[in-house]
Design a protein around this ligand. Structure first.
Ligand code: NDP
Ligand code: 2IT
Length: 458
């Protein structure tokens, strides 16, 4: 049942949100991505704060938006030419109300405090939505893995862990992968952690190789989970993936397994990209080729057209959204869908957008989707499958056993359905029926805020 809120309580909630938001800007100047993530969440919480003003009394927003800890450190390493290089390492331990800090590590030259804080802040609510006992964290470095040799990657990741190990542990903080960090980097970090600690603590990292404590299904989890979530959104309108035309940006971990599951469900995936440009294959993207180019050879996506000459390659990323499609799945990076791209997608008849990447749509783009009745699956909910299976990996490590792929995949599927249902329910309850953005933010927020209040002012 939707609640009718009094003007007075709404005004009080809006004033509170506005006041804390201004504090965030003042305390964290020049951090535009962080401001954007905070603004999106805060505004959607107005109905909860109006209906349940005790959250205001506990000053929950000012507490939740301030990280419990923010760590930066020097990462020195020696390149193949014998030159000393210095990168900056980060870890934000944002919120531990629900469990150990949990969230990925990103290696990309654009990484800075703003990016880490936006990702960490989002992670709190995403992890809460999974229903699992995990707090929120994030980390990474401005190290650019592109063009580095295997030895340079190993030396850098070992140096990174030589500092990070002081702050992480299976019951404290459990990193995983993100952009630029996959099974290879996790393997090197795990090896270095084990060497320094002198003991086997498998649950310190997730996304490990299957042979040494990794979970079956983790590699596929974010992409598959995204498709399971979007499938629920489509079902609500009597639609599905069968014969739908799908465009997926990126060609990394999330993108590849989103394409794989969409194809399994009968979709025609016609385009994908990397940070240089995109390929359009009207016959349907050949995933074996993409996997070989990106996962094995670590080359550019433009190589695809050499083997599939009927496909076309276009330089630049944003043009991918000009390709007409039924379902758009941004799976590369933040702010990759601008307002103009959103308008183009709508004009070309897009029915659903599912965010595989974190914050891939600008606030203006989201507005365009919502105002035009496009089914919109927000990142926090739609891409939570990765961290959900990470938490399953932690459980398996604690129990010293491993589940089959089918068991993990079935649990993932159920978790994604639950996230969809709780987002739908919260959206209805607080007066925004069908708005999964508001629903997901509210459902995630309430779980964390209630746990924080129960644990006192800490
Ligand atoms: P990968 O490094 O495996 O792949 C990233 C892909 O996006 C690559 O194709 C990359 O191109 C492209 N890309 C990266 N940065 C940019 C950029 N600035 N502009 C254009 N394209 C870019 O990362 P993931 O697949 O793991 O992550 C993709 C997104 O999904 C990120 O937003 C991440 O935070 C999010 N995510 C990841 C999860 C996971 O489990 N891995 C879980 C939930 C969300 P190139 O090959 O040229 O580098
Ligand atoms: O953004 C994310 O949720 C991730 N990069 C995955 C985090 C994790 O701990 O598996």
């Amino acid at each position: 049942m939707a609640t009718i809120l009094s003007e007075e309580s709404l005004t009080q909630a809006k004033e509170y949100v506005d006041r804390v938001y201004k504090t965030v800007i003042a305390r964290n100047p020049h951090e535009s991505e962080f401001h954007q993530a905070v603004k999106e969440i805060f505004e959607s919480l107005i109905p909860v704060l109006a209906k349940e003003p005790h959250y205001i009394k506990h000053n929950i927003l000012e507490r939740i938006v301030e990280p419990e800890r923010f760590i930066t450190f020097r990462v020195p390493w020696v390149d193949d030419n014998g030159n000393v290089q210095v990168n900056r390492g980060f870890r934000v331990q944002y919120n531990s109300a629900l469990g150990p800090y949990k969230g990925g590590l990103r290696f990309h030259p654009s990484v800075n405090a703003s990016i880490i804080k936006f990702l960490g802040f989002e992670q709190i609510f995403k992890n809460a939505l999974t229903g699992q006992p995990i707090g929120g964290g994030k980390g990474g470095s401005d190290f650019d893995p592109k063009g580095k040799s295997e030895n340079e990657i190993m030396r850098f990741t070992q140096s990174f862990m030589t500092e990070l190990y002081k702050y992480v542990g299976p019951d404290v903080d459990v990193p995983a992968g993100d952009i630029g960090v996959g099974a290879r980097e996790i393997g090197y970090m795990y090896g270095q952690y084990k060497r320094i600690r002198g003991s086997i603590e498998a649950g310190v990292l997730t996304g490990k190789g299957i042979g040494y404590g990794g979970s079956l299904g983790r590699k596929e989890a974010t992409g598959y989970g995204l498709i399971y979530f979007v499938e629920e959104m489509l079902k609500s309108k009597g639609l599905g993936f069968k014969d739908a035309t799908v465009v997926v940006s990126g060609s990394g971990n999330v993108s590849i397994y989103a394409m794989e599951k969409a194809q399994q469900l009968g979709a025609r995936v016609v385009a994908c990209s990397d940070s240089n440009g995109y390929v359009y294959d009207p016959q349907g993207i050949n995933l074996e080729t993409v996997k070989r180019i990106k996962e094995v050879e670590r080359k550019r996506i433009r190589e695809y057209v050499k083997e599939h000459p009927h496909a076309t390659y276009t330089e630049g990323c944003e043009g991918i959204w000009s390709i007409p499609c039924d379902i758009a799945l941004p799976c590369a990076t933040q702010n990759e869908i601008s307002e103009a791209s959103a308008r183009l997608l709508v004009a070309n008849g897009v029915k659903a957008v599912g965010e595989g990447a974190n914050m891939p749509s600008t606030l203006e783009a989201i507005d365009v989707f919502l105002k035009n009745g496009v089914l919109f699956g927000p990142a926090k909910a739609a891409n939570a499958g990765g961290v959900a299976v990470s938490a399953l990996e932690m459980s398996q490590n604690s129990m010293r056993l491993s589940w089959s792929f089918e068991e993990v995949d079935a649990k993932l599927h159920q978790i994604m359905k639950n996230i969809y249902q709780s987002s739908v329910k919260a959206a209805e309850e607080y007066g925004y029926p069908g708005n999964l953005l508001v629903g997901a933010n509210i459902a995630g927020f309430k779980r964390v805020a209630d746990a924080m209040i129960a644990q006192g002012v800490v």
